[in-house]
Design a protein around this ligand. Structure first.
Ligand SMILES: [Zn+2]
Length: 390
């Protein structure tokens, strides 16, 4: 009997015996898994369960694309990484964890993550891509690269207590993510900038469903989620399976598509988009936004007031000295605390909530309101590195 590279040795037969016992998998199915190449985008909340289950299942080649480093606030849900991994690259701790789970899997790291420049070529090296990204720009990029490279995409996302799973672009007739959501939501309308809460166990559920869907797709068993969106609401524990139709008007896969290639400019992060500045502000002597260095200089000079618009628990994690805490939703009832002269600096975690407050104050006559770009996170990186980041 010939032993080609995809046949299983005795150690592997024992390791995968509970898979092999399943009639729908068997030795043939297990060898299919070993032959398969799967790319996981993101080694975070979804990418952790996805990659751990796929590695344990014996997927032969597992790509991990992520450019981030492990931070303390990741550990509440990103089980690929441990406390000792803080500050190291997620790909590195992911590889160590996955190798320990299953040394038979070949782990390929893509430490630049997915970019408009590399996406199509990267996807082309795999049979299947699993999307564990946490923002709309990457999701659209993944969908478009999946479509152009003809590599099916297992989609998953979570918001508050709700999760969604689907399979896109697995055939010419199959709908894509843009058939479901043609355009990203407008900036600021959806928590998309790291300020939204995430329930750790929900990541485990949705990521596991994605891993399961990937395994079904590789083995060609069961009914795939192509053309369906599985929606799980964990507060009510209700699931719904909605039909997704291929949209003839879809900007990507429709009859006369507007998107014909991957252009880098089309995938900018919503959070990075410049906020619209009305014309009445142009003559204002105060800029609407300054960086943390300039904010620090103004504070040191004693002429500026710093208002922190985060929530009290965030203020307990870290705060900038001499800042006044007025949480965002209490600003309207505390306008008497906002000085009408001298620069008033508004600061939050990453700079998007404080920009909303800045615009609100300017509309209410506070031409001295100035947003601190990047928020206290930028402050912790550039001004006071002793601050606890989160
Ligand atoms: Zn489409």
């Amino acid at each position: 009997m010939s032993h080609h590279s995809n046949s299983l040795n005795s150690e592997e037969l024992a390791r995968y015996s509970r898979h092999i016992l399943l009639e729908e998998i068997g030795v043939d199915g297990q060898e299919k898994l070993k032959k398969s190449r799967v790319l996981v985008i993101g080694a975070g909340g979804l990418g952790s369960p996805v990659s751990m289950y796929l590695a344990a299942a014996g997927v032969g080649t597992l790509g991990i694309a992520d450019f981030d480093k492990v931070e303390l606030h990741n550990l509440q849900r990103q089980l690929l990484h441990g406390t000792n991994d803080i500050d190291s690259l997620k790909t590195q701790s992911a590889r160590a964890r996955l190798r320990d789970i299953n040394p038979h899997v070949s782990i390929v790291l893509h430490e630049s993550g997915v970019t408009p420049q590399n996406a199509i070529n990267l996807f082309g090296q795999y049979d299947l891509v699993v999307d564990g990204s946490d923002n709309f720009s990457t999701r659209y990029l993944n969908n478009d690269a999946s479509y152009f490279s003809k590599t099916p995409l297992v989609y998953g996302s979570i918001f508050k207590f709700e999760g969604q799973v689907s399979l896109f672009n697995n055939s010419h007739e199959a709908p894509c993510y843009r058939c479901l959501f043609p355009e990203p939501p407008p900036p600021g309308s959806v928590p998309n900038c790291g300020e939204a809460g995430v329930l750790g166990a929900l990541c485990g559920i949705i990521g596991s469903l994605q891993a399961l869907e990937a395994i079904k797709q590789i083995l060609r068993i069961g009914d795939s989620l192509s053309g369906s969106l599985l929606v799980l609401d964990t507060l009510s524990m209700r699931t719904r399976k909605l039909k997704i139709k291929k949209d003839p008007q879809c900007p990507l896969c429709g009859q006369s598509p507007a998107i014909k290639e991957i252009l880098a400019d089309s995938y900018q992060d919503n959070c990075d988009l410049e906020e619209p500045i009305s014309e009445s502000m142009e003559n204002n002597s105060h800029p609407i936004e300054i960086d943390v260095s300039e904010a620090n200089r103004l504070l040191q000079s004693g002429e500026a007031t710093l208002i922190d618009v985060r929530e009290p628990y965030e203020n307990d994690i870290c705060k900038i000295e001499k800042s006044i805490l007025i949480p965002m939703n209490t600003i309207p009832s505390n306008l008497d605390q906002v000085p009408t002269s001298g620069p008033v600096l508004l600061c939050c975690h990453h700079g998007s909530r404080s920009m909303q407050v800045t615009q609100y104050l300017r509309q209410n006559g506070y031409s001295n309101a100035i947003n601190v770009a990047g928020g206290i996170d930028a402050w912790a990186r550039n001004i006071d590195t002793s601050l606890q980041r989160y």
